[in-house]
Structure formats: C-alpha cells, structure tokens
Write a protein that binds this ligand. Sequence first.
Ligand SMILES: [Zn+2]
Length: 362
Amino acid sequence: MTTRREFLLQTTAASVAAVASLRFAHATQANASKDKDKDKDKDKDGLKVARAGVVETVLGPLDVAKLGFTLSHEHVCYIPMGLFSDRAAAADRMVDKLKEAKAAGVDTIIDLTPFDAGRDVRFGQEVSRRSGMQIVAATGFRFPHESYNDQTVEQIAELYIREIEQGIEDTGVKAGVIKVASQSGAVLPAEEKGIKAAARASKATGVPIETHTDARHRGGEAQANILEAEGVNPARVSLGHSDDTEDVNYLIGLAKRGYTLGIDHVFYGATKPAKDEPEYVTYLRQVPWQKRAAYVKQLIDAGFGDKIFLSNDWELEREQMNPDGFLFNTRKTIPYLTQLGVSQREIHAITVDNPKHFFGRN
Ligand SMILES: [Zn+2]
C-alpha cells in the first residue's frame, strides 16, 4: 500500500518536472501581455477587474452570487490510491460524500490541493459533474520546494498566473484560488518565495489567497508580514487552520489587520488518540472542538463576523478520523454556535456572504 507521504513525494517529483517545462513556455507569453493596455482593466486597488464577481470552478466560471453555502478549505481533487482499488472506486466514494454534503445544504467546496499535494483536477471535474457540487481548484504550493530555491519569485508567479489565466496542465481548468503554506511559526526561504509569488499572482489576477498555517506557533503572523510587504490587501487573504491555537487574541489580532480566519480544524478537537500519532496531532486534538467553535462567537462579539470562514479540511484519508467529513460543522459546530447565541443570520453571513465577498471582491 502506498502511504500518503510516498504518494505525495512521487507526485511532487513528477509535478516539479512539469512545472519546470511549463515555466519557459509561459515566460514569453507573460512578457508579451505585460505591455499591452497596462492599467486598462485595473480597479482602484490596482487589481484586475475582469474577473470581479466571477469565480472559476472545475466546470467553468461561476457568478459568485451562486456560490451559496461554501466550505473554504477541503480536499477533493486528489485520489488516495493506497486506499482504493482504482480511480473509479475512489470517485464513487467521493461522489457519495459530495452528494451527502449537497443534500445537507453545501453548495460549493474550495479545494486547497495544489500540485504538490497530488492535485488531479480531472478527478475533481468528474466528481463535480456526478455530484452537482461546485468545486474551485487551487494553484500554489503546500510543501517547501528545493526547486523554488533555483527559481525567481517572478518565475514561480508566472506559473501560478498561467494556472489562473490559461488553466492547470492541459485541462483548461482555471485555478480560482492560490494556496500557500508554511510548516511552522517561521517561514522557510523556499516557502517565502512561494508566498511572495502568490502575492504577485494575486495582485496581477485578482484571485485570492488561502493559506495553511501553524497557528499554535502564530504562523499566520509571519505570512501576513510577507504578504503585506508585497502590498497584498489582507481582505484578499484567508489564513487557514487559525483555530489550531489556545489564544483567541492571536485570531483577533489578525482579524483586526483585515485577514479572514479559517476555522477549519474544529473536528480535530473531537478525534480520539491514535497509536504513534505525531506530537502536533496530539496538540491539535487537545484543543477541544467546543473551544475552537467558540472562537467563531468570540470573533463575532469582537466585531469580526465578516472575517470568518468555516470548513472541515476533509479528505478521503480522514474518514476514520472525522466520520462526519464535510458535514462536521453542519452537524456539530453550527448547532453548538446556536446554543452559544449565534443567530441564523450570522451563520448565513459566515457561510454564504463571506465567501461571496471574498471571491467576488466587494
Ligand atoms: Zn488542508
């Protein structure tokens, strides 16, 4: 059986090679388009306005008004082959999960699986078509890449822009979000390059950024500093896994700076200890799900209800860990928030309006 790690290492090697060859093809085109009508389609923040109000899904452009109830951070577009006999079996299982989520009111899933986490947008297209779930695919990166050390920030940005404007590999599927990550509190040099490239790609295209952070070590702050130095508007950035902390002031500080906080690991606080689990998983389990959910209420009370995303960071490999899957928040977090006094209107604002504004840029 191939473990996730082995699978990721294999696909990463293949993707890095593909990236290197795409890079040169794109460089010429980027230079050619740079000159023409430089500021014609920019709004007052210097962003492109061509895409305002539209988000790209794996099945094509979508009016943000149709996003509906949106999960901001999940993993759909990859096949854990170690778990399934074949691709068809994985697709069948994912379609079941997506249909179940759709029946329970989920309209859209933001898939944050970039190339180096095994991204397969054709798989995403198939399960989107069969389930009716709207799925947004990501460009960007998840792991620090030695290859990034040999590339300039501009070269990395060109690849992200290519995946946003022309499409991912030869699928024609355009990325609707840029995913970046840093492993811990500090940002490694290769990660910094990827984050700067994401900043430039976001500014050039208007597509927003969603991140993986180590909130326990205040990793969102280090990312925020880099993004702000690059001139990114924090309103275009969501810092993921922000509930992996015991310090609500960490979240409030970032919300004050204008960032959207991804409350997307609530389920971890409801998981059982596993044999030989890594230390960081033990930590994640020990932040209770109710405490994580309560961050939502605390952010609302502090005036930041418009800076919250709710999601489940689910993937097929987490079926045992989180049997509620895409519906953990629907079944547990939201009813708990209702008990805490959060209104239906506030829940609607978080799950429907916040994604609409974030992706629609208004
Ligand atoms: Zn994730």
